[in-house]
Write a protein that binds this ligand. Structure first.
Ligand code: CDP
Ligand code: CDP
Length: 219
């Protein structure tokens, strides 16, 4: 049952497949709000590490989350986030966060809390939301679901070209192998292999598919 009238476009896929770049372009083209659900998991991980808690200590992580004020907002066409009033900014992409985030993200209680925050965005805007379980778990009822992929080699190269240290293969293995809300191709999702595509080509493909699915897109 739909509890709202806003549209949501779900973009899932493995690390460095191009989710953020493409979601940002798509949301700006449609005038939708862009929400990167990954920053919520990253922000919690950042805060956990900062407090000296081991990411593998689920009990301590959940306790820490209980007392934490993760505040999700909107600025223009972008979702924003603060943790106890602080915007972690570029620290969200640090190699320490990359190393710990998949361990934190597999804790069911963590997912319950963050998924609830993700769903709240749909009450206020049309959104493009990217992540791992957006089409499968967060908004399974949306007709607009995409799974953006690329070969492991190409994805590693993309991240390396950004100058970011990232344990892609390890994160993907944990994200795909976890019990709660693993990374999967959601039922009815359109799969796009972007290995040989430019961002502009991916954007045009998404728009074509969305039109086919009946989304009203001007010019
Ligand atoms: O941009 P990239 O794909 O490298 O990562 P991200 O989307 O920022 O997500 C970082 C991590 O958060 C992932 O490796 C997952 O462990 C977790 N995540 C998740 O579990 N569920 C989501 N919906 C989004 C992210
Ligand atoms: O959000 P996610 O981790 O899935 O990927 P991203 O941060 O959007 O993309 C990782 C890098 O790959 C960025 O520097 C993009 O510009 C690049 N990219 C590309 O060159 N061609 C594509 N088709 C997709 C992404």
């Amino acid at each position: 049952m739909m509890h709202h009238q806003h549209s949501v476009i779900a973009i899932d896929g493995p690390a460095a497949s191009g989710k953020s770049s493409v979601s940002r372009r798509l949301s700006s083209r449609l005038g939708y709000l862009h929400v990167n659900s990954g920053i919520m998991y990253r922000a919690l991980t950042w805060s956990v590490l900062r407090s000296g808690i081991q990411t593998g200590d689920s009990g301590a992580v959940v306790n820490h989350l209980d007392g934490l004020d993760i505040c999700c907002g909107i600025s223009g066409e972008e979702a924003t986030l603060t943790v106890d009033g602080i915007d972690p900014g570029s620290e969200l992409k640090s190699s320490e966060v990359n190393t710990g985030v998949s361990t934190v993200s597999k804790i069911p209680e963590v997912r319950d809390v963050l998924v609830a925050k993700q769903r709240e965005y749909l009450d206020v805007a049309d959104i493009v939301m990217e992540g791992r379980d957006i089409g499968s778990v967060v908004f399974p009822e949306t007709p607009y679901k995409f799974y953006i992929d690329a070969s492991a080699e190409i994805r590693a190269k993309r991240r390396m070209d950004e100058g970011i240290e990232d344990n892609l293969a390890e994160r993907d293995a944990v994200d795909s192998g976890r019990e709660t809300s693993p990374l999967v191709i959601a039922e009815n999702a359109v799969v796009i292999d972007t290995s040989e595509m430019t961002l502009e080509e991916v954007l045009l493909e998404l728009i074509d598919r969305l039109r086919e699915q009946g989304l009203d897109i001007l010019n």
